[in-house]
Design a protein around this ligand. Structure first.
Ligand SMILES: [Zn+2]
Length: 103
């Protein structure tokens, strides 16, 4: 899958290299995840303290805000679908990325 180019205002302005690098990493990771894992990953980012709105996360990831909200609901429901192993890997990577830079 092709890596999505972030469409958020910060990346469009091209003035914050750290944020741009972080958003590139998010999209690189998303490109390696399965569909369900992508929405769970973005849902987990959306649940972080001080996280951007679903609309902005949608600009970053190319997912719709509805899809991110659905992922959050699935997380709240305890991930009844299969594929949670990949998701746990995603959460681990997310933790590492968050230590480097918050969105
Ligand atoms: Zn961006």
């Amino acid at each position: 899958m092709e890596v999505h180019q972030c469409e958020c205002a910060i990346c469009q302005a091209g003035q914050d290299a750290e944020v741009m690098a972080y958003h590139r990493q998010i999209n690189l990771m998303l490109s390696r995840l399965e569909e369900a894992e992508r929405r769970w990953y973005m849902a987990s980012l959306s649940s972080a303290p001080g996280a951007p709105s679903d609309v902005v996360l949608g600009q970053i990831s190319g997912l719709s805000d509805k899809t991110i909200a659905r992922g959050r609901h699935e997380l709240e429901e305890g991930l009844k679908e299969r594929g949670a192993v990949g998701f746990l890997v995603a959460l681990e990577l997310n933790f590492c990325l968050n230590r480097m830079k918050r969105i």
